[in-house]
Design a protein around this ligand. Structure first.
Ligand code: FAD
Length: 392
């Protein structure tokens, strides 16, 4: 078994900042990430991201279970044990169902960007970016830089909410203006969203129809708070509750970045630094990004009409192919899950769970390992290393 003073799950900006701060103390630090490169959603694929001197990176390592103690069960490295645990697991995109959302050609906005970063060629391809949040403009600008023909950005939030938000955060205006400049000539429609997609044609809520090669869609981000839930940390509205030192309600478990509130790079770096310092007994600087998280959520709050786009036959659970009509017959998540297998496929409800929460107000009943799909072989290996003879 590998033993460290500090184990950090996630090598995104929050995890890397935590590693840097923790390594300053001279303690041993392990950083675990399921990707071949450190950097998380923003920096992955960019130039070499420096890991703190002295910290060890377990790249391409999936964490599928975390247990009190703190044991981090991973594939393929088995169990990594630590005195303190920092969860910096980031967020995933929120998808909302509309007729045609499962067709080829519809992709997550961030997901398409990730594919392009890893080498997919989009030169000359017609792309419409739609959904909500600042990520849309960042994605559109990066796709255009790679040669895509970006036909427009459809943002569901109304201009009347976006402008005051931008003015309140004037320090971010140069960044926003620079991104817009990279999208010169590309329309940015506000209060507009896709209502259907069929055979490469997107229909928008403003009556416009566009022929595209890709509809890149994302309606904001959902925190990856499952590992924290597994350890019994308090989670409210999906977000991990932390104190001013980033410590969760479970002593010795810290959390930083998107799982504590969607706030982007600056917040991830600030919280990572604080978590790494706190976990190693160093002085902790107060945070400054709390108001930004609240204002961002308000500015890009989703229009209720987005929850009424799916038709009875529209699939909600893509893995198990469960349509809206089948789900609507049930009263809550557990019953729907038992009767329809909704949420029991490869993604383990990571996509349809947040959708069901918004469409029906259902909350997921529990989080169980494996947190992410891993081969049965690895489950068996991790088990043998840690608990000989266990029947769990
Ligand atoms: C698809 C996507 C694309 C994005 N693109 C941009 C962008 O271009 N520009 C921008 O400003 N913001 C972008 N964002 C927002 C971005 O996530 C945050 O602003 C910032 O990266 C948050 O940093 P973080 O460290 O909290 O999380 P992340 O950067 O998400 O890092 C979390 C890391 O934890 C790893 N991880 C999670 N669970 C496990 C597990 N079980 N086992 C092993 N490793 C695990 C993940 O693979 C990831 O590398 C994007 C978000 C998403 C979801």
């Amino acid at each position: 078994m590998n033993a460290f003073d500090i184990a950090i799950v996630g090598a995104g900006p929050a995890g890397l900042a935590a590693a840097r701060a923790a390594a300053r103390s001279g303690k041993s630090v392990a950083v675990i990430d399921d990707n071949p490169e450190a950097g998380g959603q923003i920096w992955r694929g960019a130039a070499q991201i420096p890991l703190a001197a002295g910290a060890r990176l377990f790249a391409m390592t999936r964490v599928f279970d975390v247990r009190p103690g703190f044991e981090v069960h991973t594939a393929p490295h088995g169990v990594i044990r630590a005195e303190r645990l920092i969860l910096a697991t980031g967020a995933r995109e929120l998808f909302l169902p509309f007729p045609g959302w499962t067709e080829a050609g519809v992709a997550g906005a961030g997901a398409l960007q990730t594919l392009v970063k890893s080498g997919m060629d989009v030169r000359g391809r017609r792309v419409l970016v739609a959904g909500s949040g600042p990520l849309l403009v960042a994605v559109a600008a990066s796709l255009r830089a790679k040669g895509a023909r970006v036909l427009g950005v459809a943002e569901q939030a109304p201009l009347g909410r976006i402008v005051p938000f931008l003015l309140r955060y004037a320090a971010k205006l140069p960044q926003a203006t620079a991104l817009r400049a990279r999208l010169f000539g590309v329309p940015y429609w506000t209060g507009v969203w896709p209502v259907s997609f069929a055979a490469g044609r997107v229909a928008l809520s403003n009556g416009r129809e566009l022929d595209v090669d890709f509809l890149a869609c994302g309606f904001g981000l959902v925190p990856n708070s499952e590992a924290a839930q597994l350890l019994g940390c308090r989670v409210e509205d999906g977000f991990v509750v932390v104190d001013s030192r980033q410590e969760t309600t479970v002593r010795g478990v810290y959390c930083a970045g998107e799982p504590t509130g969607i706030g982007g790079l600056e917040k991830a770096l600030e919280e990572g630094e604080r978590a790494g310092a706190a976990a190693t007994g160093q002085a902790v600087r107060p945070g400054r990004t709390g108001a930004f998280v609240r204002d961002l959520a308000r500015a890009f709050a989703l229009d209720g009409r987005l929850y009424g786009l799916a038709r009875p036959e529209t699939l909600i659970c893509r893995c198990e192919e469960v349509p809206l009509a089948e789900l609507a017959m049930h009263r809550e998540w557990r019953e729907a899950k038992l009767q329809t297998r909704c949420g029991m496929g490869a993604c383990q409800g990571r996509i349809c769970g947040p959708v069901a929460a918004r469409l029906f107000g259902w909350t997921a009943c529990s989080v169980r390992p494996p947190l992410v799909p891993v081969a049965a072989e690895w489950l068996a290996t991790g088990q043998r290393q840690q608990e000989p003879g266990s029947d769990r």
